[in-house]
Design a protein around this ligand. Structure first.
Ligand code: ZN
Length: 340
């Protein structure tokens, strides 16, 4: 008992449903967290400290000052340096628990890479901010028989659902298809409280520990409002005619329902993915672009400012064009300064 009380996970092991057996299962698990925003930063911190043996951190973006209100792992230095979220998060997590393996990945999940990213995972944690990517996760997890935990937040409201393939209902049982762009309110127009994201992410990780230690998932869709202090749980039925879990059609994974130039929600920015992966020498490009405007390379990404626009470019060719929400204008800027 003396040894146990000295151990890093003592309080978690003393919690009887986990115990030493559960802790061993947690330590032997691999979890992938997709999206390191307000939800993902809290979730990866919980799972790291809980001792998940291998954590894969996937995010496409870099830290900005307006993230710090709710993205609890990051600080002003990360924002000043514009560090990729995956790298900034990994550094903090390694300092919190050096006994686990942390694998950061600067990437945007897409139909082309998601199955490779999640293939060895026991569980996938949804920390994304858009329904399109969640449907992609839903398809990939159903196809590869990996449980995942859906979350969504807006203002003071959050939702949570555990999806165990072919056992519980899936995301498409619940949302039949993508609502038209603009039909859903989003965090850019409605805002979000860090208490909403923190609560939902914590509940998501409690569900994660349940699954990893062999408990049944909690059924239904949780709905909570941290401002009104209201919690509800809705029963969900599996739909026989669900395109994904009922009929086995993975329309988001096979690319038929997915597009890869996208306007980033409420940020006056457009993301562009080239049709094939590139390997751009950003140091060299920085030298070239200095003729045309302000260019700086921080070891991970290149920022180039011209007029009221900024192009943030990653080595694989993916770019975020800021200062516009017009996809054609963004493509134009990309072609002009980065190439086609
Ligand atoms: Zn379904």
């Amino acid at each position: 008992m003396g040894d146990l009380l000295d151990s890093r996970y003592a309080k978690q092991i003393l919690f009887r449903p986990v115990g030493e057996k559960g802790q061993a299962k947690i330590s032997g698990s691999e979890v992938t967290i997709i999206g390191l925003g307000a939800l993902g930063t809290v979730s990866c911190s919980h799972l790291c400290r809980a001792g998940v043996g291998r954590l894969k951190l996937v995010d496409r973006d870099f830290v900005e000052k307006n993230n710090l209100q709710r993205q609890l792992l990051f600080d002003e230095y990360d924002a000043e340096q514009r560090l990729p979220k995956a790298m900034a998060a990994a550094k903090k997590l390694i300092a919190a628990n050096s006994e686990i393996t942390i694998e950061p990945l600067i990437a945007d999940v897409s139909p082309g890479n998601i199955e490779t990213i999640i293939k060895d995972s026991d569980l996938v944690i949804d920390g994304t901010d858009n329904l399109e990517t969640r449907f992609l996760i839903n398809d990939a997890c159903l196809k590869n028989n990996i449980p995942w935990i859906y979350t969504a937040v807006l203002g003071s409201v959050g939702m949570l659902m555990v999806i165990v393939p072919h056992q519980t209902s899936c995301l498409r049982c619940y949302f039949d298809q993508l609502p038209p762009v603009g039909a859903l309110p989003n965090c850019d127009t409605e805002g979000v409280l860090s208490m909403t994201t923190g609560t939902i992410a914590s509940l998501q990780c409690a569900e994660a520990l349940r699954l990893l230690t062999g408990f049944e998932p909690t059924p239904g869709l949780l709905y909570l409002d941290v401002w009104q202090r209201q919690f509800d749980n809705f029963d969900l039925e599996r739909r026989q005619d669900c395109p994904a879990c009922g009929e086995g059609r993975y329309e988001f994974l096979d690319g038929s329902a997915f597009s890869w130039t996208n306007v980033l929600c409420g940020r006056n920015a457009v993301q562009i993915m080239p049709s094939s992966e590139q390997n751009i020498d950003l140091k060299q490009l920085e030298t070239n672009l200095k003729q045309a405007g302000h260019a700086s390379f921080n070891g991970f990404l290149l920022s180039f400012k011209t007029g009221q626009h900024e192009i943030v470019l990653f080595p694989n060719g993916r770019a975020i064009i800021r200062g516009t929400s017009d996809e054609a204008e963004a493509r134009n800027l990309y072609a002009r300064f980065i190439g086609t």
